[in-house]
Design a protein around this ligand. Sequence first.
Ligand code: PTJ
Length: 258
Amino acid sequence: MSDEPIPAEVDSEEEIPEEHPRYQDLVTRHRIEAGVEKGITHLQGMHAEGRGSAFDYLLGERTIESAREAERAAAAVLLLAERPVISVNGNVAALAPRETVELAEAVGAAIEVNLFNRTPKRMNAIADHLRAHGARDVLGLSADARIPGLNHERAKVDAEGIYAADVVVVPLEDGDRAEALSKLGKTEIVIDLNPLSRSPQAAEIPIVDNLIRALPNVTDHARELRGSSETELQAIVDAFDAEAALADAEQVIRSGLR
Ligand code: PTJ
């Protein structure tokens, strides 16, 4: 392990020593801070990150077995989907822009920006950021449809995007939109470190893992499963038990068996 102290002001991710025992957490914090500075992430995104970080600590900052199964089932659901969409907010854009684009390409999904604290400035900054990381098409800016039953900005979606999607990846947000999407008949894949949150509870496929591990894991599974038949993919989906996965994550967190 390096004797070099971490600089008091970390200007770039490269300054964080990789051997640091909390390396991943420090990188995550740094990305969120940088996201706020760039106008991508809302200040409240820091609170969200702090909460996630506490759960991740209790999970041992690793992908637990039930999350790995969820990630494989998520890949199968995405490969079976006709119109999959990955929803991106300010935290997702800051934490994993390239990984979002890679997953979208691996499964043929669209990317749509959808914000709780929606302003035209942030919408454009996030879309530009995603394009700078390889996204060809970014939806969400026209917002010509509404999710019924939601009285805040996250109701605004694209008619050709989330509104028409059959499968939506919903990472890292609170639960009312996840519930509303579920009522609209969408199949949801939720990535959230808190198994008790309403979003994973509403999802067909809840992934209790850190977004920065979950997205590349789903992409890897999708690449591996690409040649599988529909029957094989459906068998993976059918074998996945969402309730058991949530119960397992909660048990790991409560037992402190890191
Ligand atoms: O960009 P906006 O305007 O759309 O706002 C986005 C935030 C994140 C501020 C908004 O959606 C929000 O306030 O979310 P919550 O209610 O704090 O919920 C965030 C959930 O994500 C919590 O359950 C956290 O535990 C979880 N979480 C935080 N960081 C991660 C995470 N889950 C997976 N990976 C993470 N890195």
